[in-house]
Design a protein around this ligand. Structure first.
Ligand code: NI
Length: 388
């Protein structure tokens, strides 16, 4: 079976919703306009149990099925990115410096499509909790929603989410049982030396050379300290220092990101960064301070729920359209916070040959929405069938 016929019928509506959302990107926790649009649609579908203002602008809405049963949580992210759109599309962002470059407009639309169908048909037992969250890209909106108690308040027993995937055929799915997305931390190193004339370096304690030494030594964490079978990325992504060709500056700054799947590996990286920063600083005669910020944890799919979700995806995309063992990726995802607290699964749905995520020419493919909405709808019907 491909997409659910009734959901295919929604495609013109879903396309209109998605393109409208694309014109009004919002950042971080400030997804108020998007949330208002979501709530308007949910009310049109006859859904009345709607809870707004969770994690500032998040929404949880409940659809009652037929008869008692547990509650399955379906989550979509709503936030956009602080970047300038370069698609030239008629429905391009109307807001300077903000853009839906990760397709969260599409994720919101897919969940709305599923909500409409589930509210119309109610061919399931128990309840569905529709979770529309802000601040996925940054800020940990998922964590805030969990901390505000949504999983307990709405008695959610399992959770699922979809992300679009450029480069995978439209409507195909992939996932991975176990770790699927990495933990993402960042670090900042502040180096303080003694500046002076560029022609008299012997009178300075040069923070530029110290920064280069530290940056090079950090490369050995992956190559020399990490067990080769453990996934790890340590990247220096920024170096800031200096103001003129003939001045040795006082200060230099290094920033970077660390991606891990394992707390022990993360601990090793922190210890090695501390050792390298202190040792290198001493050797160059400068002061250096390491600031390490622990970010989103690894996204760990439940193996059983992932097998089940992949089976549902096969209903939509066929056996050849689903890769249930796609391996982990080094990106991060704050659905991790929901999966830390409830079993469930995170899957990708193909977006076709588009520009990559976070690229100024990226656009969600509206053909993807029917596949994603069908997946969510069938997942609920199969997870919580009506008792005979
Ligand atoms: Ni995203």
């Amino acid at each position: 079976m491909p997409v659910i016929n009734r959901i295919a019928d929604y495609t013109p509506d879903m396309t209109a919703w998605r393109r409208h959302l694309h014109t009004i990107p919002e950042l971080m926790f400030d997804c108020h306009q998007t949330a208002a649009f979501v709530v308007e649609r949910l009310r049109e579908f006859g859904i009345t149990d709607i809870h707004e203002g969770i994690a500032t602008s998040g929404v949880v809405a409940i659809i009652e099925g037929q008869g008692d049963g547990p509650t399955v949580g379906l989550r979509a992210d709503m936030d956009a990115l602080p970047m300038q759109e370069e698609t030239g599309l008629p429905y391009a962002s109307t807001i300077d410096g903000m853009m839906h470059a990760c397709g969260h407009d599409g994720h919101t639309t897919m969940l709305l499509g599923a909500a409409r169908y589930l509210a119309e048909t109610r061919n399931f037992s128990g309840r569905v909790a529709l979770i529309f969250q802000p601040a996925e890209e940054n800020g940990g909106g998922g964590e805030v929603m969990v901390n505000e108690g949504i999983l307990d308040t709405f008695d959610i027993s399992q959770v699922y989410a979809l992300h679009n995937a450029p480069g995978t055929p439209v409507g195909h799915f992939y996932t991975e049982p176990g770790p699927i997305m990495a933990a993402a931390d960042d670090f900042h190193i502040h180096i303080t030396g003694k500046g002076g004339h560029g022609a008299m370096p012997h009178e300075t304690a040069d923070p530029v050379v110290a920064a280069l030494g530290i940056a090079n030594a950090i490369q050995t964490i992956v190559s020399r300290n990490n067990y080769s079978q453990d996934n790890l990325v340590v990247s220096i992504t920024q170096i800031h220092t200096g103001s003129a060709d003939n001045i040795v500056p006082d200060k230099a700054y290094l920033n970077g990101t660390v991606r891990t799947f394992d707390r022990a590996v993360q601990g090793m990286v922190i210890a090695r960064l501390e050792g390298i920063v202190a040792g290198q600083a001493a050797s160059y005669g400068v002061e250096a301070e390491l600031i390490y910020n622990v970010g989103y944890p690894a996204t760990i799919n439940d193996a059983d729920k992932t097998r089940f979700a992949a089976d549902v995806a096969r209903e939509i995309a066929g056996d050849d359209g689903v890769n249930a063992n796609a391996g982990p990726e080094m990106g991060a995802e704050d659905f991790a916070f929901l999966l830390e607290n409830r079993p469930g699964s995170y899957l990708f749905v193909g977006n076709g040959e588009t520009a990559g995520l976070h690229h100024p020419e990226f656009d969600f493919d509206d053909e993807t929405a029917a596949a994603g909405a069908s997946f969510f709808a069938r997942l609920v019907e199969r997870a919580q069938p009506i008792a005979e």
